[in-house]
Design a protein around this ligand. Structure first.
Ligand SMILES: NC(=O)c1ccc[n+]([C@@H]2O[C@H](COP(=O)([O-])OP(=O)(O)OC[C@H]3O[C@@H](n4cnc5c(N)ncnc54)[C@H](O)[C@@H]3O)[C@@H](O)[C@H]2O)c1
Length: 354
């Protein structure tokens, strides 16, 4: 092992003109960290392993990290994804090579939870409609009493998934005086109870929610879990919000339900196809609010994601298991354990940054 702890940033963290892709990602804590050296690598997608041979850690933006990205000399200890999606990373290949894969739930929790609230308030307050009416002048004002919003006190907010983001939504909802329900087969029952959330069966979630928000991962189990049959269980006054992944919702079925006015509306940050086809009928509906998979994108979101990656990388440098570990089995991998112990000996175990 060499003296410094070397951190690579994938090439897409810089634009073609050399300026940072995300200026809110503050690299100073990494630059100033004792014993750390950082460098932008000249990578393309997928990243070639040879480029990473002189590094202990990689912070990865959008470039793919596949089998071919694994350096053969066994030095790389961690791949830290900038965000929480890791479909661009071959996690099995990393696990086989004793490399930790880390994501940044701490960075997205509040921003995505805030976008769910944004959709809820905009939908129930009929914000888009009232904006349009105002622009129509006197004719619009004359129509305003036909567009009453929906008050939230005593209404039921339901979440499909009560993990990192779902739990944060419930925390933020406390002062809204709503009834809180969730369906999550893997929920921590005590944590749900502490949040005042009643755990319910899947179909009951659809039957009971006035606002139903999707906050579960996309998997074989959740693909099209929001389908025609379940949408038919929803109240005609209910709203659906999806900020998780497009294919969790059968979009064709949702479009039909919205066209027929069988639910009140939807807020969608994610679609089955992104960007959507220009003639996708969902784009024509005025009971839907859409966002381009970016409603949570704020200065603080990007700063938070970056800070979470830096914390994870510095955890590794000091021999600590980082938060947001995707491949938990790596903790028992002899090569990973040995590297972590050696880092701890060299750089001291110190305190976590946050
Ligand atoms: N729109 C965006 O920009 C954006 C940003 C960040 C995350 N996300 C997405 O939000 C989703 C949630 O993220 P998170 O950080 O809360 O993840 P998380 O893993 O902390 O929580 C997900 C929860 O879903 C639950 N779950 C799994 N299968 C389920 C099922 N069949 N039914 C109901 N619940 C189920 C899990 O038990 C877990 O509690 C992810 O899909 C993520 O990709 C979107």
């Amino acid at each position: 092992m060499t003296e410094t702890f070397r951190v690579a940033l994938s090439g897409d963290f810089k634009r073609a003109d050399g300026t940072p892709t995300y200026p809110d990602f503050d690299l100073e804590p990494l630059r100033l960290a004792p014993g750390v050296e950082m460098a932008f690598i000249d990578s393309e997608s997928p990243i070639r392993g040879e480029l990473l041979e002189d590094f202990d850690a990689l912070i990865l933006l959008a470039h793919r990290f596949g089998k071919e990205s694994i350096p053969q000399n066994g030095r790389l200890a961690v791949v830290a994804r900038f965000g929480v999606g890791y479909d661009t990373v071959d996690v099995d290949a990393c696990s086989e090579a004793g490399i930790a894969v880390v994501i940044t739930p701490d960075g997205v929790r509040r921003p995505v939870a805030a976008s769910i609230l944004t959709f809820m308030l905009a939908l129930t307050g009929k914000l888009m409609t009232k904006d349009r009416l105002t622009r129509e002048g006197a004719a619009g004002f004359a129509k305003r009493s036909a567009h009453m919003g929906v008050g939230l006190i005593g209404r039921t907010f339901g979440s499909l998934g009560i993990g990192n983001i779902g739990s944060e939504v419930f925390r933020l909802l406390k002062p809204f005086d709503m009834a809180l329900i969730a369906h999550d087969p893997y929920a921590d029952r005590n944590a749900a109870a502490e949040l005042g959330v009643e755990l319910v069966e899947l179909d009951d979630l659809f039957r009971r929610a006035d606002v139903l928000s999707v906050s579960c991962p996309l998997s074989k189990e959740t693909h099209h879990i929001v389908n025609a049959k379940r949408l038919a269980l929803m109240k005609p006054t209910a709203y659906l919000i999806n900020t998780a992944r497009g294919p969790i919702v059968d979009q064709r079925a949702l479009t039909e339900v919205l066209q027929a006015g069988r639910i009140a509306g939807a807020g969608l940050d994610v679609l089955e196809k992104e960007p959507p086809d220009p003639n996708d009928p969902i784009l024509k509906l005025d009971n839907v609010i859409l966002a381009p998979h970016a409603l949570c994108w704020t200065d603080q979101c990007f700063a938070g994601i970056g800070a979470a990656d830096v914390t994870a990388v510095l955890d590794i440098q000091h021999g600590r298991i980082p938060r947001g570990l995707v491949n938990r089995t790596v903790v028992d991998d002899a090569r990973f354990k040995e590297r972590l112990q050696e880092f701890g000996r060299r750089f001291g175990s110190g305190d976590r940054m946050d």
